[in-house]
Design a protein around this ligand. Structure first.
Ligand code: ASP
Length: 435
């Protein structure tokens, strides 16, 4: 029998080759016009961006059908309300822990003290942040078609839940629609698998482009800030999430981390929790054994309102910039940073670079110079990739905890290392799953 490699292994290899090729180009060939114009900004950019678009293309229909199935599967408004409140509370809790951890460690290590401004400040001017009241008003879509067209995840979730509840209340008509949604969901899962077949190529070009532009040299002057963010990301991903999984769900964190690999790879290469939703959903359902009823609700919600990695970056960046500019922050300021990071993470979508806009909101609030963000811009892309990994890990952690509380997780699937792995690519009877 020919040896078949799991699709995630192929993607991982493609990712590493892309990283090496990109770094080599950055070091030796970026000045060559042909390489810069036709390879990096041409081929790499076009195929990478087209692949991210293909992933994004899946998000709205997948979330819609999957969420309808989820709500109809739960079938009970009070259970739905309980799942909603639990996941919301857990998302707030993990973000709160993340930013507090980041502030504490950054205050202990004090990155940025005695920092020599090695590079001139770039004139970073953030787009205006929406006021918090707007964030809440805008959860209700004035026009659902507009919400779908824009891919506004909170509005879509709000409308679809409402619609699915109405389906439950409409007797036979609703039941027939639910059957249809189930079939559409099944077909969408196959579309996901088809797009995944191109993932090794897409991921290679994404990595090659990013690392051609982001040389290691950019990181050196910022090494203090960079390493404190990474330290906090690691502590949160391995410490906080594992503890919560053990304490609140009695699930094996090592198995969890191992099974999250496909979602990690996609989060890292796309830097977008939103674009990673199809993969996180598949991992939650097929690899971790979470019922669609819970996962279809908690995963898209988490991608939108839960950004622990981003909150960590904000905590460290606040302390770093305060140190660089020699600005003394008080306890109230730190409390404001915690509150603002939580609110900002609710009000913004999981797309690349959004963390910087949120950071501008935080800086404005505590009176730090917003142009200070120019200092950390250079290393932000790589940190964005890393914090997105933590963001999706948080979404899956909360998904498992909520599912466990609702008895909606199949422990046999969770504990089976082989569950949900694709080893063969064959159509049309291909199994859905990733490894
Ligand atoms: N890229 C992150 C995400 O999609 C958000 C950010 O930190 O910029 O989760």
């Amino acid at each position: 029998m020919p040896h078949k490699t799991a699709i995630t292994t192929k993607i991982l290899i493609a990712m590493l080759i892309g990283l090496v090729v990109g770094s080599l180009i950055n070091a030796f060939a970026l000045d060559i016009e042909f390489v810069h114009d036709y390879l990096v900004q041409g081929l790499f950019h076009v195929i990478g961006a087209a692949f991210v678009n293909a992933l994004k293309m899946l998000v709205v229909p997948l979330v819609t059908f999957s969420l309808i199935c989820g709500v109809c599967g739960i079938g009970d408004v009070s259970v739905l309300g309980r799942v909603g409140i639990k996941s919301f509370a857990l998302y707030l809790l993990t973000t709160g822990i993340a930013v507090t951890l980041a502030l504490t460690i950054a205050l202990l290590i004090a990155p940025g003290q005695g920092f020599e401004q090695a590079q001139p400040l770039s004139d970073f001017s953030p787009p205006p942040a929406p006021p918090i009241s707007e964030v809440f008003i805008n959860i209700v879509p004035g026009n659902p078609v507009h919400a779908f067209a824009e891919g506004n995840m909170l509005q879509i979730i709000f409308f679809v839940i409402f619609f699915a509840l109405a389906m439950l209340m409409s007797g036979e008509a609703g039941r027939q629609l639910a059957d249809g949604a189930e079939k559409l969901n099944e077909v969408m899962m196959t579309v996901v698998t088809l797009v995944m077949d191109f993932a090794p190529i897409g991921v290679f070009f994404l990595m090659a482009k990013t690392f051609s532009e982001q040389g290691i040299g950019l990181i050196m002057p910022m090494i203090g800030y960079f390493s404190v963010v990474i330290l906090c990301l690691l502590l949160h991903a391995l410490g906080t999430f594992s503890t919560l999984l053990l304490l609140l769900a009695k699930l094996n964190p090592l198995m969890f981390i191992r099974k999250m690999r496909p979602a990690h790879i996609f989060a890292f290469s796309t830097a977008s929790s939103n674009a990673t939703i199809p993969v996180t959903l598949q991992v939650a359902e097929k690899r971790l054994g979470v019922n669609n009823a819970t996962a279809s609700f908690t995963v898209p919600l988490g991608a939108t309102i839960n950004m622990d990695g981003t909150a960590i970056m904000q905590g460290v960046a606040t302390v770093f910039i305060a140190n660089v500019y020699n600005i003394e922050l008080g306890l109230t300021d730190y409390a404001t940073v915690i509150g603002m990071s939580i609110l900002a993470s609710i009000g913004t979508a999981g797309v690349p670079g959004v963390g910087l806009i949120m950071l501008a909101m935080v800086f404005n609030q505590v009176g730090l110079p917003v142009e200070g963000i120019g200092l950390i811009l250079g290393v932000d892309r790589i940190l964005d990739m890393l914090r997105t990994v933590v963001n999706v890990t948080g979404d899956a952690t909360v998904t498992c905890i909520v599912a466990r509380g609702e008895n909606e997780i199949d422990e046999d699937v969770f504990n089976d290392p082989e569950a949900g792995i694709i080893t063969e690519i064959e159509l049309p009877h291909k199994k859905h799953g990733l490894s």
